[in-house]
Write a protein that binds this ligand. Structure first.
Ligand code: B12
Length: 475
């Protein structure tokens, strides 16, 4: 049996460490044909990797590249240098077996990353079907030219068919993350990730999700999802499950069906999700989510200005966001809200409209992140807008340094100041740069949670302390 080593190059632990779900899915499809090992870099950061390569002697090595940069303009965390230095270069120095790249970050910048790394192959997007085909072709010295979404060192452009023909990937087999990697450190600090569908049919102008996952929603069967959660829950006991879909409640009815299946089985699980789409929010959805075990959600409308919602092509309107916020309060669903300022046309008036919404609708116990500047990614409508506005020439790489879009109606420093002012006046609004609370605040929160046996999400405890300390003039 030939051997495959899959390497997770992601070492980011904020806002919490995320397990390499995609690599576990790939192992699930490879393991009956290959001997597969996963090296999870999150907590090891490259330590022991070279010993593993020398002992295991893989025939193929796959690197998963998830994060490129952190998308917070003034923080400028660039992950690629560390990925090269800690993982790719040391491995290249001790072996010449074929090196294959993949992952969501890679899928956004495939051509640049092929050139930068000198890898032999790269697959854009999901790889459950394509990776086994590629390995088989390499093993048998066969041509790879007809494999869609593939790049090679000889022709680092995406092969024909890319981006359009995503095959339906998730059928039956589960990633069983905790059986494929050492899950112990994630039990304390992280979550168990679950994907309920692939694809995104929305057209938000800056977003890469449709490029990575395809433009159609391809939902999994709800009973498969409940099986996966039930089995992992039996193995792990107390652990939070997080849905990692582009938007959880799309297409309409899918989220409801998943919740119903979890309720029917009487699973006592803790669930959370990112990406709730305001368009498909209803009393029924929130009631089902409550009963299924949701402890927290993320709401990411980006703006609450009718003009900006249109410019960003969000596909929902202000009254739908208002309805969502009302339901969030009605069901007291702890929520982290995310707003993104500075898109095309943003001005003082549109900024004010979003603030008015925050003041009128958002539960003061909930957290509001305010970010400025939109990361420009290739092949997105925002990239074309930036080219049309003469910000750069078509074809220019936006990989490094990361390029951000700012509305020409506000200067960057004006917008930053407006966000800082807004956050000074509202204890629950945070500038995206101030995400890490002080050690003193964390310690106080932990003590308070223990003393009062608080079950609420940590952000609510931290916000309470923040409000009290502000009131007392301590911060
Ligand atoms: C869910 C999610 C989150 C959740 C994670 C929750 C969780 N429990 O995992 C949260 C909100 C916490 C989050 C945080 C962040 N995220 Co995020 N996130 C995503 C999202 C939407 C899905 C990721 C996912 O799980 N996909 C499902 C799995 C199954 O897919 P996959 O791992 O990509 O694997 C498949 C393929 O990529 C491929 N593949 C993977 N590896 C390999 C390897 C080889 C060799 C091959 C051939 C193929 C291959 O095959 C796999 C199976 O088909 C993506 C966008 C997207 N649609 O991909 C952004 C995304 C990955 N995030 C991104 C970023 C930037 C971040 C943050 C840095 C943001 C921040 N400042 O906090 C943090 C980093 C967190 C961390 N610790 O790493 C960016 C990365 C690109 C970039 N700009 O760098 C993305 C792409 C979004 C974007 N802006 O475009 N994120």
């Amino acid at each position: 049996m030939k051997k495959v080593l899959l390497i997770n190059t992601n070492i980011e632990k904020a806002p919490y460490p995320v397990p390499p779900l995609g690599l576990c899915m790939l192992e699930a499809v490879l393991f009956d044909r290959y001997e597969v090992r996963i090296y999870d870099g999150v907590f090891n950061e490259g330590i022991g990797l070279i010993d593993l390569v020398r002992q295991f002697l893989p025939d193929f090595i796959g690197f998963s590249i998830r994060n490129i940069d952190d998308v917070v303009m003034d923080r400028h965390i660039i992950y690629m240098d560390g990925i090269l230095e800690k993982f790719i270069r040391p491995v290249q120095a001790v072996t010449d077996v074929p090196i294959i790249l993949g992952g969501s970050g890679f899928s956004i910048f495939p051509v640049e990353l092929m050139k930068m790394t000198g890898a032999d192959y790269g697959i854009v997007g999901e790889a459950e079907i394509l990776l086994p085909v590629l390995l088989d072709r390499i093993e048998n010295n066969m041509d790879t030219a007809d494999i869609p979404n593939l790049l090679t060192s000889a022709s680092p452009e995406i092969q024909q068919g890319s981006g359009s023909s995503f095959a339906n990937p998730i059928s039956g087999r589960f990633p069983d993350i905790d059986c494929r990697i050492d899950f112990t450190p994630y039990l304390n600090k992280g979550v168990y990730s679950v994907q309920t569908k692939r694809g995104c049919a929305h057209g938000c102008i800056y977003c890469t999700y449709p490029l990575i996952e395809g433009r159609k929603f391809r939902p999994r069967v709800p009973s498969d999802i409940a099986d996966e959660i039930e089995l992992a829950h039996e193995r792990l006991g107390n652990c939070t499950f997080e849905f990692v879909d582009s938007t959880f409640n799309d297409p309409k009815g899918h989220a409801e069906a998943i919740c119903r299946e979890i309720i029917r089985r009487r699973l006592k699980v803790r669930l959370r999700t990112m990406g709730i789409n305001p368009r498909h929010c209803s009393d029924e959805l929130f009631d089902l989510m409550n009963r299924a075990g949701f402890i927290q959600i993320d709401a990411t409308p980006d703006s609450a200005s009718p003009r900006m919602l249109e410019r960003l092509d969000k596909g929902f309107n202000l009254s739908e966001i208002e309805r969502m916020a009302t339901l969030i309060r009605k069901f007291n669903m702890p929520t982290m809200w995310f707003f993104l300022f500075g898109g095309p046309g943003e001005d003082v008036g549109t900024f004010r409209e979003t603030l008015d919404f925050i003041d009128a609708y958002i539960n003061p116990e909930d957290l509001v992140y305010m970010n400025a500047g939109l990361r420009i990614y290739p092949k997105t409508p925002l990239y074309s807008i930036a080219v049309r506005e003469g910000r750069f020439l078509h074809g220019q790489s936006v990989l490094h340094p990361p390029v951000y879009y700012y509305s020409d109606k506000l200067t960057k420093s004006q917008l930053d100041q407006m966000i800082r002012d807004a956050s000074l006046m509202r204890h629950n609004c945070l500038h995206a740069l101030e995400t890490a609370p002080s050690q003193e605040m964390i310690t106080t929160a932990l003590e308070m949670r223990k003393a009062n046996e608080l079950e609420e999400p940590m952000f609510r405890t931290l916000l309470r302390i923040r409000a009290a300390w502000r009131e007392a003039g301590k911060i």
